[in-house]
Design a protein around this ligand. Structure first.
Ligand code: C2O
Ligand code: CU
Length: 394
């Protein structure tokens, strides 16, 4: 529940080091689970105690932050749900973990984790898509039920293009953070890598109908989560109320903000001419030999110095400019940011923003959570191939 403290022990039963990152939680920096930034990696047979406050209700997730292409690709992740004191009026609250897996002919996870094609193209896209680990997730529901669906995209690199089929629905939260007012869904929508959406949907079909969530791939709809409609009552007539608002972290003042330009470069079809790595300028060819294909503002891999050092209370505007041929899901640890529209209006409040090829996305926030925070692409192969940096908030 919101306001609780979460205390648990990681026991590493793997034969490799690992850590746990609590994605989207406004956490104390020392508990953020980033190897060599906030803690030493936890070796095989070792333990680490995580102990932190949960200041905000919402839909979050947790995952390994070591060798993520492999460890998350093999399934080291889970949902983390922080409940509001006043839950919305729904008949059921359902977590839907959307994932894809790359399986071989024997249905085993393929072990080509570091392959250069994934590193330099879209990342490790799977060939089997699941919801809660099931290729055909379905549930019987009564007609007239109102459901809260918590969608979490835990895939290595997949961007889910989704639509509601036979359901009336509203978005009520993005990346765990409530919208001021529910937003009616009247078109397909996108769930970028690592993003979450809380939906409220009404089951208003006829008995026996199969309704639900579909993934759209090149114009075809594939069932992602299916509800089989049973006997019930008429759907509610009123639209849902908003979720209780999150505590205010301060709204950024764009005119006074520190401004950071984050140029995203590299990858197949564009290439990287040169970039800084380990404090020296290297040409793209030699970086590629080391499996490094992507740069943020001319820098490959995590630099020694922060991209920017910000004082608490300062407003920050970051402009992500995607000069590559691929989408990137840019995630900031430790606090959320607003997506800023072309009219300078503050849009959705998120911890991960999807930037399409050739496009730019402005985000803004007030720095308030002190520490060293990672900022990286959540297409895990891209992060492994250089697409990550960090900020310092003092
Ligand atoms: Cu969910 Cu640094 O990531
Ligand atoms: Cu990327």
């Amino acid at each position: 529940r919101q306001g609780d403290r979460l205390s648990l022990r990681l026991e590493n039963g793997l034969s490799d080091p690992t850590t746990i990152h609590w994605h989207g939680i406004r956490i104390a920096n020392a508990m953020d689970g980033v190897p060599d930034v906030t803690q030493a990696p936890v070796g095989p047979g070792e333990t680490f105690d995580y102990d932190f406050d949960l200041p905000d209700a919402g839909t979050y997730w947790y995952h390994s932050h070591v060798d993520t292409v492999q460890q998350i690709g093999r399934g080291l992740h889970g949902p983390l749900i922080v409940e509001e004191a006043d839950a919305p009026d729904v008949d059921d609250d359902i977590v839907l973990v959307l994932d894809d897996w790359r399986l071989d002919a024997e249905a085993q996870v393929t072990t080509d984790f570091g392959n250069r094609h994934d590193l330099s193209h879209a990342g490790r896209i799977g060939n089997v898509v699941t919801t809660n680990g099931d290729m055909d997730w379905r549930r019987d529901v009564a007609r007239g039920s109102r459901l809260r669906l918590r969608l979490i995209n835990v895939a290595n690199a997949r961007v889910f293009d989704l639509a509601l089929a036979g359901l009336t629905g509203w978005v009520v939260a993005t990346d765990g953070m409530p919208l001021d007012a529910p937003r009616r869904i009247d078109a397909p929508f996108t769930l970028g890598t690592a993003q979450r959406l809380d939906l409220i949907v009404d089951i208003d079909g006829e008995t026996g109908d199969e309704v639900g969530l579909v993934e759209l791939i090149r114009g075809e709809a594939y069932a992602q989560a299916t509800f089989v409609v049973g006997e019930g009552r008429a759907p509610r007539s009123a639209a849902p109320s908003p979720l209780p608002p999150y505590p205010s972290f301060g709204r950024p003042i764009l005119a006074d903000a520190r401004s950071v330009l984050i140029r995203m470069e590299g990858g197949a079809m564009r290439g990287l001419r040169e970039a800084m790595s380990g404090g020296v300028v290297r040409d793209g060819r030699s970086l590629a030999m080391d499996g490094l294909f992507w740069a943020l503002s001319g820098q490959v891999g995590r630099p020694d110095a922060p991209l920017i050092e910000i004082a608490r209370g300062e407003s920050v505007v970051m402009d992500f400019v995607n000069e590559t041929a691929f989408p990137h899901a840019m995630h900031l640890h430790g606090q959320h940011f607003w997506e800023v529209g072309p009219d300078a209006a503050l849009g959705d409040f998120r911890d991960t923003t999807l930037v399409q090829p050739g496009e730019s996305q402005r985000v803004a926030f007030v720095a308030h959570n002190p520490g060293d925070w990672l900022l990286h692409c959540h297409m895990l192969s891209h992060h492994a191939a250089g697409m990550g940096t960090w900020l310092r908030i003092v």
